[in-house]
Ligand binder design. Structure first.
Ligand SMILES: N[C@@H](CCC(=O)N[C@@H](CS)C(=O)NCC(=O)O)C(=O)O
Length: 256
């Protein structure tokens, strides 16, 4: 899938976003673009797909032969944002949170688009706090699944103790998140949708849909469960799903 575009305005650079739309991390950016209100013409989106070795990074490299050394060192994962500089060289951002922060700055001041981090220093600090808990939760739960799901049997070591510890850490971050999100919602930081909603929803929907661990994600977390079911009805939330063969294997989870 490849959607073409040119920049919305001459003040913004031309950008290409490489994704695996059904993965865990790229949907953070795809959901954010829709919630922010970035026109589909502002960023070219290229699906890299999977190869037998995992994410097909070759697709990015083949587009960027002159930058391949730098990309091989940095872009072992997606999403990757490629930025066309005014001197025709290219720059790359290879971490989802850094991509989101860059886009938030690039589109800052565009009155057609929402502010996605907060309206004053306190709101932005609260947002940063909840975001860092959501990111830590994602990393612990993702690693737990690498140690406990049948999808990774034979691909990496799966010590049961490691799975237990990672699950415990992930659960602790989930409970932290439950306590930190706004009492009245409907979004994590209150009445306005923020970047953290996009990041957290990408994780929740992936863990719930691909790995079937709603029981883990929502145990003692009623506010999070309510937030999730509110957010899943939004247009931005219709994300691509992993294939059935993956889900079937992924849902065999040994430690819960
Ligand atoms: N910390 C990175 C993680 C990105 C990541 O792991 N992406 C997955 C796809 S969802 C990937 O590319 N995996 C390939 C691999 O780990 O070899 C980010 O937030 O962008």
């Amino acid at each position: 899938m490849e959607k073409t575009m040119s920049s919305t305005s001459s003040s913004q650079p031309q950008m290409t976003l490489y994704v695996l739309a059904a993965g865990l991390f790229p949907p953070r950016v795809l959901i954010y673009l829709k919630e922010k209100g970035v026109p589909a013409t502002a960023i070219r989106i290229v699906e890299v797909g999977m190869s037998s070795k995992g994410v097909n990074i070759e697709r990015i490299l083949s587009n960027n032969p002159t930058n391949s050394d730098m990309l091989l060192n940095r872009a072992k994962t997606v999403p990757v944002l490629e930025i066309q500089n005014s001197d025709w060289s290219k720059s790359f951002i290879t971490e989802s949170i850094a991509i989101l922060q860059y886009l938030e700055e690039i589109f800052h001041g565009d009155s057609e688009m929402k502010n996605m981090t907060g309206d004053n220093p306190y709101e932005r600090a609260r947002h940063a706090e909840i975001l860092s808990t959501a990111v830590e939760m994602t990393d612990f739960v993702a690693l737990y699944l690498h140690k406990a799901s049948a999808v990774f049997v034979g691909l990496e070591e799966q010590p049961v103790d490691a799975a237990r510890i990672l699950l415990e850490r992930g659960r602790k971050r989930l409970v932290d998140l439950e306590h930190k999100i706004d009492e009245h919602g409907p979004f994590m930081c209150g009445p306005h949708v923020r970047l953290v909603d996009c990041v957290a929803y990408a994780s929740f929907q992936f863990f719930v849909n691909a790995y079937g661990i709603a029981d883990v994600m929502f145990k003692d977390c009623a506010k999070l469960e309510q937030w999730y079911h509110m957010f899943e009805k939004r247009e931005s939330a219709s994300v691509e799903q992993m294939p059935e063969w993956f889900k079937q294997k992924a849902r065999e989870v040994s430690v819960k």
